[in-house]
Design a protein around this ligand. Structure first.
Ligand code: GAP
Length: 451
């Protein structure tokens, strides 16, 4: 993990947020490589699950919504973690994590009173200074702020802890402004915020993160089938974008472990450097959200079923993944170090769909004007169709290593012979194999490599 964090900073994927001020817990910035890679992941997700399908649309709802949204969704009451504070050093801990660390017991689903009893009976003390711990209190994970200039409680608004509520509240608007028929899905990518105090493991758990969520509306009788369909579809997509099959596993959650809205949840775990942990959750939210919003808003959120001529409240299947978490999975999945002669080569094996750059183009000799002209012209031509980088600084070996570390699948080098034979050397990141390819055929060659 340390090596991945170090590579991420060195090569401009991820920097600690507010670095010059000592950083901020669980907060990170994405640098130039990271920003490009995030865009590529989002584009692939949209291509796969929205633009290539007839039954999906994309929306972009507001981060700050009317507070009634969070009342109806259950987040005001139930989106809490059981917390403790040390009476001596005033550090705060999540009671469930502390019990798991000290006693190895999973307390998911227990009430705060039960958790408190376990802490007291086992005389658990502050893990930092040994001080006495406070009673367990439920701590809401939503960040709140005030609307307008006057600080009165009625103006409290919340930063959304999940993007999907904007889909449920717009259900009727979406039906009226589109021609969708069940089953159909609404996708959304956007920032969510959670006041996480547990250590984040780099970008695994952060205060703000982008979620890529799909709410797939279906008739109740087809919900189970659609649940399995989406789970299967995502597993295939992960393989398509380069994740190794053996790095994924499914975990079915018990009733006690599931969120308040869920009838069934399966988490897809990824083998992170710190062990198998949740990458994505799949939930059958049934008709919980549409019904709650309907009751609270007094607006009808239902669908007219032309098969039965009745209004129904659809069930919803939700595949939801954090973009940063998937980003970390792809970095860990692709990172490797290997011995080359007396040196260690760091390689990031990213799929050409995801890598910040797909091609890097170099002149072999930086100072040779002819080589530079040919390679720069080739670069400007190829970047019309591919994500390209151009580099004419330093020794060629160092330029290759830099591209290996940022995951560029192919490097194209223009050399002395290129001036005569109109061909270039194409080097493969993973095998380091070099092939001579005519400039006229370069697109065909690249397309075959990227299949
Ligand atoms: N709308 C459903 C929902 O939000 P969740 O299991 O709480 O369900 C879905 O979150 C996904 O969002 C998780 O599987 C994870 O990938 C990501 N996620 C949740 N909290 C996160 C955090 N603090 N930092 C980064 N990603 C997070």
């Amino acid at each position: 993990m340390d090596n991945i964090v170090s590579l991420a900073k060195r090569r401009g994927f991820v920097y600690p947020a507010s670095d010059i001020y000592g950083g901020l817990a669980n907060s990170w910035d994405y640098g130039p490589m990271g920003a490009l890679m995030k865009e590529n992941i989002k584009n692939e997700w949209i291509k796969e699950f929205v633009s290539s399908r007839d039954d999906m649309i994309l929306i972009d709802s507001a981060i700050i919504q009317n507070s009634s949204v969070w009342d109806a969704s259950g987040h005001l009451e139930k989106f809490t973690d059981p917390m403790l504070e040390c009476s001596k050093c005033h550090k705060r801990f999540r009671a469930d994590n502390l019990i798991e660390d000290v006693l190895g017991i999973d307390v998911d689903g227990r009430t705060s009173l039960e958790i408190d009893t376990i802490i007291q009976n086992n005389n658990i003390k502050c893990p930092v200074c040994g001080g006495k711990l406070s009673e367990v209190k439920n701590f809401n994970l939503m960040f709140n702020t005030k609307l307008g200039p006057v600080d009165v409680s009625s103006d409290t608004v919340y930063l959304r802890p999940e993007t999907c509520q904007g889909i449920f509240t717009n259900f009727d608007n979406i039906l009226k402004s589109t021609r969708l028929h069940l089953p159909f899905g609404v996708a959304q990518i956007g920032k969510s915020f959670r006041n996480e105090i547990t250590p984040g493991n780099f970008i695994f758990r952060t205060l703000e993160f982008e979620q890529m969520e799909i709410e797939y509306f279906t008739k109740e009788e087809n919900a189970d089938e659609n649940f399995n369909y989406w789970l299967d579809l995502f597993k295939k997509w992960y393989i398509k974008i380069g994740i190794k099959k053996e790095n994924l596993k499914e975990v079915e959650l018990t009733k006690e472990q599931r969120a308040h809205y869920s009838k069934r949840t399966v988490d897809l775990y990824f083998n992170f450097p710190f062990g198998f942990k949740e990458l994505q959750s799949f939930a059958n939210r049934a008709d919980y959200d549409l019904k709650s919003h309907s009751e609270k808003s007094k607006k009808k959120l239902h669908y007219f079923d032309t098969d039965t001529n009745k209004n129904i409240v659809p069930f919803v299947i939700e595949p939801s993944v954090g973009l940063g978490r998937l980003f970390l999975a792809l970095l860990s999945n692709g990172y490797r170090e290997e011995k080359v002669l007396n040196d260690t080569r760091v390689v990031l094996s990213l799929s050409s769909r995801i890598a910040p750059y797909q091609l890097a183009i170099f002149p072999l000799v930086s100072k040779d004007k002819d080589m530079k002209d040919i390679s720069y012209n080739l670069y400007t031509d190829l970047r019309k169709d591919y994500r390209c980088s151009y580099d004419d600084i330093g020794a060629i070996g160092k330029r290759y290593r830099r591209q290996d570390e940022i995951g560029t699948p192919l490097c194209i080098t223009v050399d002395n012979d290129s001036l005569k034979d109109n061909a270039v050397t194409v080097r493969d990141r993973d095998t380091m194999e070099q092939k001579r390819v005519s400039i006229d055929n370069i697109r065909d060659y690249v397309d075959k490599c990227f299949l």
